[in-house]
Write a protein that binds this ligand. Structure first.
Ligand code: SF4
Length: 214
C-alpha cells in the first residue's frame, strides 16, 4: 500500500466549531487546493517537510493518544490521496471522525460509508472567499456544520448564498478571524441580522489560540 503524506499527528482539544473542547487527535494531511491569504497552516502545503507514513504507523500514533475523536485536517484533507483508506480504517477502528474541509472537494468514500457510520462522521465545511465560497454539491448532504471565518471581506449575501444550497440546515457557526475583537463585533452584527431572517448562528472563538495549544 502506498504511504500517506502526513505533516503532523498530535494530541490536543478540538479548538473550533461545534465540538469545541473535546479531546481529539489531529492528523494534518499534506496539500491544499487553495491559497487563502490568512491561512494559518501554510506549513501544510508548499512544503517538503511532510512524512510518508504507512497506515500502521499512523494508527499506532493515533492509538497512543487514547482519544475517541480524530480530526482529519490540513491543508485540505479531501485533496490528499491517502484520505480514503484513512477515513475507512479509522471508522472501522471505532473512532469518531471530524473532517475539516474547505468544501470544494468531494470523495465518494464519504457517500459509500455514510449509512453504516453516519453517527461517527462530523464534516465541518468552512467555505473560503478565495474559492468564491464554492461548496461542492455532492458534499452538501454530508456536511453537519458550516463554519464561516468572519474576516473583512465576508458579506451577508455570501453567507445567504451558501446556506440557501442546503435542504436541511447543518449547525451554523461564526468564527472571528484570528479571534480579533473587531471581527467578533462584525460577527455579532451578522448574527443578529441573520437571526431576524430565521437563521441561528453560534459565535465561537478559536480556543486553541486563547490557550496556546497546537
Ligand atoms: S483552504 Fe484552509 S488550508 Fe487551504 S489555504 Fe485556505 S485556509 Fe489554508
Amino acid at each position: 500500500m502506498e504511504k500517506i503524506r502526513v505533516v503532523e499527528i498530535f494530541d490536543s482539544i478540538e479548538g473550533e466549531g461545534g465540538l469545541i473542547g473535546y479531546p481529539t487527535t489531529f492528523i494534518r494531511l499534506e496539500g491544499c487546493n487553495l491559497r487563502c491569504v490568512w491561512c494559518d497552516t501554510k506549513y501544510s502545503y508548499d512544503t517538503d517537510k511532510y512524512q510518508l507514513l504507512s497506515l500502521d504507523e499512523i494508527l499506532d500514533k493515533v492509538k497512543s493518544f487514547k482519544n475517541k475523536k480524530v480530526c482529519l485536517t490540513g491543508g485540505e484533507p479531501l485533496y490528499n490521496e491517502g484520505f480514503d483508506v484513512l477515513f475507512k480504517t479509522l471508522l472501522e477502528e471505532g473512532y469518531f471522525l471530524i473532517v475539516e474541509t474547505n468544501g470544494t472537494v468531494f470523495r465518494s468514500v464519504i457517500k459509500d460509508l455514510w449509512e453504516p457510520y453516519k453517527d461517527s462522521i462530523y464534516i465541518v465545511c468552512s467555505p473560503k472567499p478565495f474559492s468564491n465560497f464554492f461548496v461542492n454539491e455532492r458534499l452538501i448532504p454530508f456536511i453537519k456544520e458550516v463554519k464561516f471565518v468572519v474576516d473583512e471581506v465576508l458579506r451577508k449575501q455570501d453567507i445567504l448564498n451558501v446556506i440557501s444550497k442546503f435542504e436541511n440546515l447543518p449547525q451554523l457557526t461564526f468564527q472571528p478571524e484570528s479571534n480579533r475583537q473587531d471581527m467578533f463585533e462584525k460577527a455579532r452584527k451578522l448574527q443578529k441580522e441573520l437571526l431576524e431572517k430565521g437563521f441561528e448562528f453560534r459565535l465561537i472563538p478559536q480556543v486553541h489560540e486563547i490557550f496556546n495549544l497546537p
